[in-house]
Design a binder for this molecule. Structure first.
Ligand SMILES: [Zn+2]
Length: 253
């Protein structure tokens, strides 16, 4: 089954597709996330709001393990995640959808593995599923690559931090991409992210964006996000030539 992890600004996905049922899934991580099963292009798709219902959980408090475990338990094998990000590149404008191909992790205080009691080192050379990335990129109006810088939040980054992230190759910055992608890999799921650029990160643009510009960018991203997800879910099939489903074979010591 395909799963969608909806980030900030993706809430309207729920209203866009026929609703089938709601599942509340008990996990080992202290919470029971609620997942909506929707019908998209004749396929059942599991939708989970990353920040819980009503967007009530801030990025650093999200129970990433519970969200991924819940999707895994109901049979999700392929995940499309949406993440709001700030751009570190003046040429990657607000309103752009970017499909990241790697990440650098600057988070500090998160539970970032399912394996606290056994030694498992999951490979993260290319952390996002190349098969799903290809489906998101081919024939679509997206920025096809970029390093996602993950920060702890909830504060925004300082100008000096952003200049540093830019100097090490970062393309976008956000607070929710990691450890989610890593946890999905630990469950051997195919996982790809669609980053919605809603603003320039601190110190990147000489002009401060107005609220209207940010709202316009979010609106633009929301519309193209729904279009991209719908067309990609339609063409998602099993043949993608990736190794995601075998990740644990070489990871357990
Ligand atoms: Zn894969």
């Amino acid at each position: 089954m395909i799963g969608v992890i909806g980030g900030t600004g993706a809430e309207s996905l729920l209203d866009m597709y026929p609703f089938i049922e709601t599942k509340t899934v008990e996990t080992d991580y202290g919470v029971s996330p609620t997942i909506s099963i929707l019908e998209v292009e004749n396929k059942q798709v599991a939708y989970i709001p990353r920040h819980s219902k009503n967007h009530s959980t801030p990025p650093h408090m999200i129970n990433y393990r519970a969200n991924i475990e819940a999707l895994h338990l109901i049979g999700v094998t392929d995940v499309f995640a949406t993440n709001s990000v700030g751009s570190l590149d003046i040429n990657v404008e607000p309103g752009t959808l970017l499909i990241p191909d790697n990440f650098i992790d600057f988070t500090k205080n998160r539970k970032s593995t399912f394996y606290d009691d056994e030694v498992v080192h999951i490979d993260c050379t290319n952390p996002y599923c190349e098969g799903l990335r290809g489906m998101l990129i081919d024939g679509n109006d997206v920025y096809p690559e970029g390093i996602y810088i993950a920060t702890e939040g909830p504060r925004f980054e300082s100008g000096a931090e952003i200049q540093f992230y830019k100097s090490i190759g970062g393309k976008v910055v956000g607070m929710t991409g990691v450890p989610e992608v890593v946890l999905a890999r630990e469950k051997q799921m195919c996982y790809a992210s669609i980053c919605a650029v809603t603003n320039y990160a601190a110190s990147i643009s000489p002009n401060n964006l107005t609220i209207t510009e940010v709202v316009d960018a979010m609106k633009m991203c929301e519309e193209s996000l729904i279009e991209l997800l719908t067309s990609t879910i339609k063409k998602t099939d099993e043949n993608r030539g990736c190794d995601c489903k075998k990740l644990l074979n070489d990871a357990i010591i």
